[in-house]
Design a binder for this molecule. Sequence first.
Ligand code: AHG
Ligand code: MN
Ligand code: MN
Length: 353
Amino acid sequence: MASNPSRISLTRYLVEQQRNSAHGDDDTRGLIPAQLRLLLEVVARACKGISQAVNKGALGGILGSAESENVQGEVQKKLDIIANEVLIEANEWGGNLAAMASEEMDTIHLIPGRYPQGEYLLLFDPLDGSSNIDVNVSIGTIFSVLKKPEDHPGVHEGDFLQAGTQQVAAGYCLYGPQTTLVLTVGAGVAMFTLDREQGSFVLTQEDVQIPADTKEFAINMSNMRHWDAPVKRYIDECLAGKDGPRGKDFNMRWIASMVSDVHRILTRGGIFMYPWDKREPHKAGKLRLMYEANPMSWLIEQAGGASTDGRQRILDIQPSQLHQRVAVVLGSKNEVERVTQYHREAQAPAANA
Ligand code: AHG
Ligand code: MN
Ligand code: MN
């Protein structure tokens, strides 16, 4: 099939973003130095490789458990480990990175001394939605890019502990009926669909915007009895439908891959919640700040949505640990603000107390 010259590939999109910055455009959005562009191309190439492996399924021997646990005590699937290795091997030798961190690795991965060191730090959840791998439901890879602080030589774990506002790129690749790469470099959200015949990601949507209102929520309802009062209040009101205080019926979706739930929200709006709950009260939440919440929160904000932990903006959280967990409420702005307001009201002392 002949290639269509009007199609914009990921490479061309990134080169144009880089040009904006080289021309010292007043528009400070989308400032991509060459090294960041190359790094994003390598991440995209790794995602293509993971997509191939996912597509093979049982024929590629990639299904099932690896019979090992990650640092968070979660049983690893074979594909968690394969995806992690693909990302490391692809990104190790290019000279763009100083180090990597992954949900599946205990500590940071330094770039071996035989390769040049770059300026960036790459963080990833190599395979999000692991429980869906074996049942052929959409899964994905989430990534976040930070700049290594310049005030000291070498790199250590503390260099990664930067708030989400410091991200210079973030995105995910969704392995579903289509393979879709979704990216922000701070100039809005762009979506690319993998053209398998050409082997390239093609721009299929730009300036993605999330409607401020929604009638669709995503939460694991089986945890209802463990939730805090503000979360229960919000969901009870949604469930009450037309006759309740919200005066409208709500729909529910829960795919159990954050990537897929966030993709639906970027496409048609909605609210996603993985709140703190009483099952493991010492944990702030289930999802991980650095590999899941920060990159997804930046994408959501770039598309006009909002993201909080129920109390504060996720991107403002100063991380204290690499594998830190956090409660997540993200999506359509007015709904996220409502949930956050319910938390504030629950915290406020009673008027006459
Ligand atoms: P991971 O597969 O990377 O561990 O992440 C799974 C996460 C997230 O993607 C999803 O929203 C959530 O866990 C699903 O949780 P439940 O199993 O409670 O539904
Ligand atoms: Mn995940
Ligand atoms: Mn994962």
